[in-house]
Design a protein around this ligand. Structure first.
Ligand code: AMP
Length: 208
């Protein structure tokens, strides 16, 4: 399975990606985590990426696409991949399509986690407060200013990939405001069905 998870920062892509990884033996490729690891290790890529991460702007497409191309060659991606935080631009989406077509491993599903913007800001602020209270290190891009920019970048640069996938009949929307367990159930139902493009997955069947 090759699955793309799309959603604004804080929508739950990381959490759901991890669940899918555990359940289906897939590899979760989080471009954000990969970039943060490069920054922490002080690599050339990390040095190049740091200012983009800190401001909440997107790292240039070619850097990201090369990074993903290297990863999906690895053995641990053999069973399949969950792309978490990638693609984030239409150019990245097109590059991914091309890459996967060359490998004969097309996307299985593109799942959008939809969330209300106000709820999102609350969630992200709660996460910062929680981490501060626990004395945990806070991501350098988890501050209010950057957060607002990340949401703006999502709306302006990432949201256009939704119609791109919708036009291909691949987009499935899931209510990301539901509980973590319920979101998992909805994602599983999409993957089990393997069809029904662009429907809004819901709990409890028709009528809800
Ligand atoms: P995330 O953890 O997915 O929210 O990503 C954190 C930061 O990493 C983003 O704000 C961007 O600066 C950068 N980043 C992650 N994924 C991508 C991507 N696919 N394209 C460009 N920049 C990215």
């Amino acid at each position: 399975m090759m699955i793309v998870l799309i959603g604004p920062p804080g929508a739950g892509k990381g959490t759901q990606g991890k669940r899918l990884e555990d359940k289906h033996g897939l590899k979760q490729l989080s471009t954000g985590d990969m970039l943060r690891a490069e920054v922490a290790a002080g690599t050339d890529l990390g040095k190049k990426a740091k200012s983009f991460l800190d401001s909440g702007n997107l790292v240039p497409d070619d850097v990201i696409v090369d990074m993903i191309a290297d990863c999906i060659e690895q053995d641990d991606c053999r069973n399949g991949v969950i792309f978490d935080g990638f693609p984030r631009t239409v150019a990245q989406a097109k590059a991914l399509d091309k890459m996967l077509a060359e490998k004969g491993r097309p996307l299985t599903a593109v799942i959008e986690l939809t969330v209300d913007l106000k709820e999102l800001v609350n969630r992200l602020q709660a996460r910062i407060a929680q981490m501060k209270a626990a004395g945990q290190p806070i991501r350098t891009d988890d501050n209010e200013q950057t957060l607002i920019n990340r949401l703006k970048v999502y709306r302006e640069q990432t949201a256009p990939i939704l119609p791109y996938y919708r036009d291909k009949g691949m987009l499935k929307a899931v209510d990301g405001m539901a509980s973590i367990d319920d979101v998992s159930v909805m994602i599983d139902s999409i993957l089990d069905a393997g069809n029904g493009s662009d429907h809004k997955a819901r709990m409890g069947g028709p009528g809800r």
